[in-house]
Ligand binder design. Structure first.
Ligand code: ATR
Length: 301
């Protein structure tokens, strides 16, 4: 099924001797929406580039990374389960990715492979573009402490968030993430277990709430929100990084309570846009990338 934005994908792709190749490494990889976003962007800008999915098994990750150099790929995105393991195969890792402890973008530049993490910055760009929110000085409550929470917490801290509370069912993971943030970034980071009496305070005080757990994600979309939205402050912004379904039970409840909400597909589109900029050195057609992503998600892609 082809929509309007996705029409860019339909322009014939002519592979030439000069075509530059980028791609994504994952296991599995066939559900990745990155090829559709990046190829639409290349077509829109008339660039002689293609973006290809590569199914890479964990035991072959090292060989696959060496192939980026051997085959002269321009760069690759790296997704589950390779984001941490890939780091040991690179020549350098940028500071934000090092703090996050994971890489989702590898750029091949002058024979060197440099790792970046665009997930957290993708979230920040989504905040800025779609909610017109600057997190500088803000009190943020993050629900969850997995890979996505790590990227978001570290990027928020590096970009000046005031106080970051991390609440997670397994409190040891919240503690580890808070320690990582405090060690390298000035933001105050507090770990909490959901039952902690200070959790109520964190709910009432948060200006930005970011839900990063798998609760409410398809096929668990019938699940109740993790937090009672009625206890959030008026004017709070509630973000859910889950993008299947587009509107989670948490966002529905937040809207009904009169709060502003931010859906999850923006983070996915903007992490791609920032990766595109790293690969190509050109500004990404980010509205197109977001539109392609929305069409694919709406079509069940
Ligand atoms: P991702 O990399 O996408 O962030 P992840 O690393 O698997 O995914 O992390 C999943 C997050 O969802 C974790 O914070 C997890 O909590 P635990 O650390 O306690 O496992 C959280 N999570 C998953 N199911 C949950 C549930 N039913 N209630 C609360 N938190 C849940």
């Amino acid at each position: 099924m082809t929509g309007k934005a996705d029409g860019d994908r339909m322009n014939a792709v002519e592979i030439t001797g000069k075509t530059k190749v980028a791609g994504v490494f994952g296991d599995p990889v066939e559900h990745s929406l990155s090829p559709a976003m990046h190829n639409a962007a290349f077509r829109r800008l008339g660039m002689d580039w293609v973006y290809v999915p590569f199914h890479v098994k964990p035991e072959q990750l090292g060989e696959a990374v060496r192939a980026v150099r051997a085959l002269g790929l321009a760069g690759v995105n790296v997704t589950v389960p390779h984001k941490v393991a890939v780091m040991e195969h690179l020549d350098a890792v940028d500071e934000e990715a090092r703090l996050i402890g994971a890489v989702n973008t590898v750029v091949h530049r002058d024979g060197r492979l440099v790792g970046y993490n665009t997930d957290g910055r993708g979230f920040l760009r989504s905040l800025a573009r779609e909610a017109q929110v600057d997190p500088k000085g803000a009190r943020v409550l993050i629900l969850g402490a997995g890979g996505a929470a790590q990227a978001i917490a570290c990027s928020l801290a590096l970009h000046g968030a005031g106080a970051i509370t991390i609440a997670n069912r397994t409190v040891s993971k919240a503690e580890a993430l808070a320690a990582r943030v405090r060690e390298r970034a000035p933001a105050r980071a507090v770990p909490l277990a959901p039952g902690d009496p200070r959790f109520e305070e964190a709910l009432a005080g948060a200006e930005i709430v970011v839900h990063t757990t798998t609760v409410g994600m398809y096929p668990r979309h019938q699940e109740e929100p993790l937090i009672p939205v009625e206890r959030l402050r008026d004017g709070a912004l509630v973000c859910d990084i889950v993008y299947r379904p587009r509107e989670t039970a948490l966002l529905r409840a937040a809207k009904a309570r009169g709060l502003r909400v931010l859906t999850g597909e923006g983070m996915l589109a903007y992490q791609g846009a920032i990766a595109f900029e790293l690969f190509t050195g050109r500004a990404a057609p980010e509205e197109l990338m977001l539109a392609v992503l929305r069409e694919r998600l709406a079509a069940g892609g």
